[in-house]
Design a protein around this ligand. Structure first.
Ligand code: ZN
Length: 239
């Protein structure tokens, strides 16, 4: 199977841009459209190898009315269920409820995708999924921090559900991050971490501060900032 993020963007009547992902499958006989609404809107097209990308997109456009209807019906908050595939920390993760499982288990499959087995009662499902996402994010943040010189390390790290800020750094040395950064592309999450680490040296947003951010993050600070400005609000649609 060949999966490509096509350059094509599906523009909804509402003006919203929906990325289109095209999968070419050996043995497939026809084009299948899968509008995904959770946790982000995405259009998946599965097509046989011999069908061209432009033909697949023409097919998509011919079904525009149907796709628009599905996207228009998306609730404000999306709830996750057994069998849903969600994306966090740039991983495609299939959620599987297994009542008998003692603990949650996240495993990588042969195809590069992941499966998260969640135990417990059905009413705890979402809560447990969220706990795993938070734990994985915390691990990633710690790894990023360890890649920097010790002088930038915070005394403590906390995850919060903030609406106005993605990260903050207190004078007592506690760095806080929004757990919803797990749904942002990893480079964007990494930018937020480096931003807060840079505040250990500069508590302002002076040119010296931004210089420090660039030094820690490398190339692409502007791009990450732009992504957050344009897409940050969408991270609150989860859970
Ligand atoms: Zn700042």
């Amino acid at each position: 199977m060949l999966v490509v993020m096509s350059g094509y963007v599906f523009v909804c009547d509402s003006g919203e841009n929906v990325p289109v992902v095209i999968e070419s499958r050996r043995g497939a006989r026809n084009i299948v459209l899968r509008p995904k609404t959770c946790p982000v809107k995405e259009l998946h097209i599965s097509k046989p190898f011999f069908v061209s990308e432009s033909h697949a997109i023409k097919f998509l456009e011919s079904k525009r009315k149907w796709v628009e209807k599905i996207f228009a019906a998306v609730p404000e908050k999306c709830v996750v269920h057994d069998g849903d595939e969600i994306e966090f920390l740039d991983r495609q993760v299939l959620l599987v409820w297994n009542q008998n499982a003692k603990s949650n288990k996240l495993i990588m499959n042969d195809n590069g995708r992941w499966t998260l087995f969640v135990g417990g009662t059905p009413d705890m499902f979402e809560r447990r999924v969220r706990d795993v996402i938070k734990a994985e994010l915390l691990k990633s943040i710690k790894e990023i921090i360890k890649s920097t010189p010790r002088e930038f390390w915070p005394a403590r790290i906390a995850l919060r559900d903030t609406t106005s800020r993605w990260g903050s750094c207190s004078s007592t040395g506690t760095m806080s991050f929004s757990w919803r950064l797990a749904f942002a592309p990893v480079p964007v999450m990494r930018y937020v971490v480096m931003h807060e680490l840079a505040h250990k040296k500069h508590m302002d947003h002076s040119p010296a501060f931004w210089h420090q951010v660039s030094e820690l993050y490398g190339f692409g600070v502007e791009r990450a900032k732009r992504w957050l400005n344009q897409n940050g609000a969408s991270l609150h649609r989860y859970f």
